[in-house]
Design a protein. Structure first.
Length: 119
């Protein structure tokens, strides 16, 4: 299974970016898909995740500004980021919890995409 993320870049404060992530390979089904980020010198933190049924959870720092969405048929998850702030600067990682045939799930990570917000 591979996760391919895209869409990062450099944007001014107040701007928008959209991240996309596609899962491919031997996939039974995907339980949860989401995004994490890691800023220099900081631990990786949850940004948002979305369940198979469409329920979403967001970090307090991004609520009202970021929106996660997914396409279950295409095994993709997107993150629309609006009103970006310099503190959103980080490497963003896509994550997917992929169900196993024998039960449980395996967590996979994408390669990371850099988001830089200038002030």
């Amino acid at each position: 299974v591979q996760l391919q993320a895209s869409g990062g870049g450099l944007v001014q404060a107040g701007g928008s970016l959209r991240l996309s992530c596609a899962a491919s390979g031997s996939i039974v089904s995907i339980n949860v898909m989401g995004w994490y980020r890691q800023a220099p010198g900081k631990q990786r933190e949850l940004v948002a995740f979305i369940t198979r049924g469409g329920a979403t959870v967001y970090a307090d720092s991004v609520k009202g500004r970021f929106t996660a969405s997914r396409d279950n048929a295409e095994n993709t998850v997107d993150l629309q980021m609006n009103s970006l702030k310099p503190e959103d600067t980080a490497v963003y990682y896509c994550n997917a919890r992929i169900d196993r045939r024998i039960g449980g799930y395996t967590s996979y990570w994408g390669q990371g995409t850099q988001v830089t917000v200038s002030s």
